[in-house]
Design a protein around this ligand. Structure first.
Ligand code: UD1
Length: 426
């Protein structure tokens, strides 16, 4: 029998949308190692690589509600290294992460680096790894990008710049949807670097969907019917869920007000629950937009606010954890968002989604039938919200969104690390 080699793998997380994408990979690594040491181990040759996993948190998001809560909800272990980089301009934040991450790479000397998604932490760490040199031969870690190939073709989005650059620095690209394959090929990336594996964020959704259904958030927000006769949709009342945080939507008063005006009809037809991102919360105060909102504080002792009591106003709540948010997503009549990931989660759940943007880097969500692009004008949003509120489309689940993406990623990673050991590049 071949002997087992141990490779060191660093996984980087930094901001909220990273956590649900990385969690299944960390779990898959744990399972893989457990299989290797199991007496009934049956793993064939290429997977005879044990993995020493090191988790690095850049600290891009640092509030309890934006970070720690997700570690608890998703069962992610405490990071081995916390860079504490924090907020700043794009340049300052990216540079700070890079400086701090370089020391970690030189100290840990991993064989492989995993970065996920498209946030500043993703690019910053990939860029450091691409230029690092462990020795005089220029040895460096392999770079794996999870959620590669997505393109909005809108370079004014910081995430688009992060996506393109990270892909072109990566050695292994893990793609979630067909468009990603096509985009990477058109950009000249060789096929052997590209792996279509599905979506690890959907792995998390599968893993926690059952737990989310047991969340008490519907009761806390007064969104559960009192008549026990109605058991459909887990007893949830008809409500809409809103998220908005994209700088292009909330950083200019006029754009923000146009969007809120576009939601007026929706707000008058059902409760609209808005877990508010810190950036957006600040803008509401800066621009004096409080008249659009009522506020519900979610207390530990379980206050039971009834959002329908605040007719005509959007119900603001603090940012929610993963489990409570997933519960609200699954039972919503319609979701209005400018997030990337939520477009995908609603597709899997078959919930109608209105995307408050002119483009999407996730065209599969439109093709599947659950998502529509509303643009950012008042009229466009009003029309799309009306259409989606009436929608009966269940949607089509995209290929390989089956809860097994992290396993596929691990298979590829182990094979590539096995090859590296054979070639004795290190
Ligand atoms: C980042 C990602 C975006 C992702 C979003 C999810 C980039 C370029 N953008 O945007 O793709 O959709 O996360 O949330 O990486 N803040 C806090 N507490 C926190 C974190 C942030 O108060 O824990 C505030 C700070 O004032 C900060 C602002 O939010 O300046 C923005 O945070 P930042 O990480 O720069 O970008 P996001 O808008 O969160």
């Amino acid at each position: 029998m071949e002997s087992t080699k141990t490779a060191k793998v660093i996984t980087v997380v930094g901001a909220r949308p990273n956590f649900m994408k990385a969690a299944p990979i960390i779990t898959a690594i744990r399972r893989h190692n457990a299989c290797l040491t199991s007496p009934e181990r049956t793993i064939p040759g290429p997977r005879q690589v044990a993995i020493q996993s090191v988790l690095v948190h850049t600290g891009q998001h640092y509030d309890e509600a934006m970070s720690e809560r997700f570690f608890t909800d998703l069962g992610i272990p405490t990071p081995d290294v916390h860079l504490g980089a924090g907020s700043g301009t794009h340049a300052a934040q990216t540079a700070e992460i890079m400086k701090r991450f370089e020391d970690v790479l030189l100290r840990e000397r991993p064989d492989l680096l995993i970065v996920v998604g498209d946030v500043n932490s993703t690019l910053a760490c990939a860029l450091v790894a691409a230029k690092i040199s462990y020795d005089s031969h220029g040895a460096r870690p392999l770079i794996a990008h999870v959620e590669a190939g997505l393109r909005s073709f809108d370079r004014s989005m910081p995430e688009e710049v992060n996506r393109i650059l990270t892909d072109h620095l990566a050695d292994l690209m893990f793609v979630t949807e067909e468009s990603g394959l096509q985009n990477l090929r058109e950009e000249g990336i060789p096929d052997h670097k590209i792996h279509f594996v599905g979506n690890t964020m959907i792995d998390s959704l599968f893993a926690f969907r059952h737990k989310a259904r047991l969340s008490s958030i519907l009761d806390t927000l007064g969104l559960r019917r009192s008549d026990s006769a109605s058991r459909s949709n887990n007893g949830a009342t008809r409500y809409a869920l809103l998220t908005l945080h994209r700088p292009s939507n909330v950083d200019q008063r006029e754009s923000f007000v146009n969007i809120l005006d576009g939601l007026e009809e929706l707000v008058n037809s059902c409760p609209v629950i808005f877990p508010v991102h810190p950036r957006t919360q600040k803008r509401i105060a800066d621009f004096g937009l409080e008249r659009f909102f009522s506020r519900q504080r979610l207390c530990d002792n379980g206050v039971k606010p009834v959002p329908t009591g605040a007719e005509g106003r959007i119900c603001l709540v603090d940012p929610l954890g993963y489990i409570d948010f997933l519960c609200l997503l699954e039972h919503a009549a319609v979701v209005v968002t400018d997030s990337g990931g939520i477009q995908e989660e609603t597709t899997l759940l078959g919930v109608p989604c209105v995307t408050v943007r002119d483009n999407t880097e996730r065209p599969i969500t439109i093709k599947a039938g659950t998502n529509v692009l509303a643009g950012t004008t008042t009229d466009g949003i009003r029309r799309a919200a009306r259409q989606q509120l009436e929608s009966k489309t269940v949607g089509k689940v995209p290929e390989a969104w089956d809860g097994k993406s992290a396993e596929r990623i691990l298979e590829v990673i182990c094979r590539e690390l096995g090859k590296r050991f054979t070639e004795t590049l290190f």
